[in-house]
Design a protein around this ligand. Structure first.
Ligand SMILES: Nc1ncnc2c1ncn2[C@@H]1O[C@H](COP(=O)(O)OP(=O)(O)OP(=O)(O)O)[C@@H](O)[C@H]1O
Ligand code: NI
Length: 322
C-alpha cells in the first residue's frame, strides 16, 4: 500500500478585509502519497496558492485565516503544531517554491552564500563539507559549481529559477510545494525546468504538489490531479482519470477545451466563458453553475455531492456513484 505523506481534510480559508470576507478555500480534501506528484490546477483566483500557503502555515497574518480543517503530515496535524516546530519542518521536510521565485534571491549576495544560509538554518550534520554540498546542489540543478561566486543578476531567468529550486532542495525535503514553477519563464526554459523537476522526482523520490494553470505541465510530470474552482476541488483522480476518463466535471471539460491541441494545426484556444466568481460573494448551490452549460434548477441551490468511481472523484449533479 502506498504511504500517505500529506492529507488535507476539509480545509477552508478566509481572508478578511474592509471589503468583507473572501472565501478563498472552501472545504478542500486531498492527499499526496510518498513519491507522488499532485498537480493542483485551476484558473486564476481558484485558491491554489492559498491552499499551499495554508499547508506551510504562511498565510498573511491577520488577513488570512484557516476557518476549519486539518493538514496531516505523516499523521500529525500541522495546524496544531507550535510555531517553533513548524519552523523546523519548513525547509527541512516541506519546502515551497513561491509564485514569484526569483524575488526570493538576494541581489547582493553570491548564490553560494545564499545556498549556505539555507543549509546552515537547518543543519543537523555539522561537520559535513558545506562547499561540497553547495557544489552537489548546483550540479543537481545543472549549474556549473564554479559559478557559485556569481551574483543572481549574472544568471539567466531559467538559471535563477534553478538556483531557487536548488535552495528549496538544500535540506532534502520530503515534500516540495511548487507554485507555478515555470510561468515566468519562456517556453524553452519552461521545458528545461520541467525536465529537471522530473529528474528530481526520479532521483530523490521527492513528493510534490505542483500548482499550475497548465494542463500540459500536469500531463508531463504529475501522477494525480486536483482541479480547483472557487476554492473547491471539483474533480480529482489519477492523470489517467483526468486525461483519458470519459466523464468529467463541466469545468474540467472547459479547461481541456482551453489547451491548445498539439495535433491540430489551429492550436485553438477556447477559454471558458464568464469569470471565476468573486470569493466575497460566492454563488449558491454548485459554484460553477452560472458558467455551466448543463446547469439545472437543482444546481442553483444544492451543493453537489462528490461522486466517486474508483480513483476518480467528480463533484457534479450530473454524475452518480456507480
Ligand atoms: N491577502 C489577501 N487578502 C484578500 N484576498 C486575498 C488575499 N490573497 C488572496 N486573496 C483572494 O483569494 C482568492 C484566491 O487567491 P489565490 O492566490 O489562492 O488563487 P490562485 O488560484 O493561486 O490564483 P493564481 O493562479 O492567480 O495564482 C482570490 O480571489 C484572491 O483575490
Ligand atoms: Ni496562485
Amino acid at each position: 500500500m502506498a504511504e500517505t505523506l500529506l492529507e488535507v481534510k476539509d480545509l477552508s480559508v478566509v481572508y478578511t478585509s474592509e471589503e468583507g470576507i473572501a472565501r478563498a478555500v472552501n472545504g478542500i480534501t486531498f492527499s499526496i502519497d510518498r513519491r507522488q506528484t499532485l498537480g493542483f490546477v485551476g484558473e486564476t483566483g481558484a485558491g491554489k496558492t492559498t491552499t499551499g500557503l495554508s499547508i506551510m502555515r504562511l498565510l498573511p497574518e491577520k488577513a488570512g485565516q484557516v476557518e476549519k480543517g486539518q493538514v496531516f503530515y505523516r499523521g500529525e496535524d500541522l495546524l496544531r503544531l507550535p510555531e517553533s516546530a513548524m519552523r523546523e519542518l519548513r525547509g527541512s521536510r516541506i519546502a515551497m517554491i513561491f509564485q514569484d521565485p526569483i524575488s526570493v534571491l538576494n541581489p547582493v549576495m553570491t548564490i553560494e552564500r545564499q545556498i549556505k544560509e539555507v543549509l546552515e538554518a537547518h543543519d543537523d550534520h555539522s561537520g559535513t563539507n558545506m562547499e561540497q554540498r553547495v557544489d552537489n546542489l548546483l550540479k543537481l540543478v545543472g549549474i556549473q559549481p564554479d559559478r557559485k561566486k556569481d551574483y543572481p543578476h549574472q544568471f539567466s531567468g531559467g538559471m535563477k529559477q534553478r538556483i531557487v529550486i536548488a535552495m528549496a532542495l538544500a535540506c532534502d525535503p520530503e515534500l516540495l510545494i511548487a507554485d507555478e514553477p515555470t510561468t515566468a519563464l519562456d517556453v524553452t526554459i519552461q521545458a528545461q525546468v520541467l525536465d529537471l523537476v522530473e529528474e528530481l522526482k526520479e532521483r530523490l523520490g521527492t513528493s510534490m504538489m505542483i500548482i499550475t494553470h497548465d494542463l500540459g505541465i500536469v500531463a508531463q510530470v504529475c501522477d494525480t490531479v486536483a482541479v480547483v474552482y472557487a476554492g473547491e476541488i471539483v474533480e480529482q483522480g489519477t492523470v489517467r482519470d483526468i486525461f483519458e476518463g470519459r466523464r468529467h466535471h463541466p469545468y474540467t471539460e472547459g479547461l481541456f477545451g482551453a489547451i491548445p491541441d498539439i495535433k491540430s494545426e489551429a492550436r485553438r484556444l477556447s477559454p471558458i466563458e464568464g469569470a471565476m466568481p468573486d470569493p466575497l460573494d460566492l454563488p449558491t448551490g454548485c459554484k460553477f453553475h452560472p458558467r455551466c452549460r448543463y446547469c439545472t434548477e437543482r444546481c442553483k441551490t444544492v451543493h453537489p455531492p462528490v461522486c466517486r468511481v474508483g480513483t476518480h472523484e467528480i463533484a457534479c449533479h450530473r454524475f452518480k456513484e456507480e
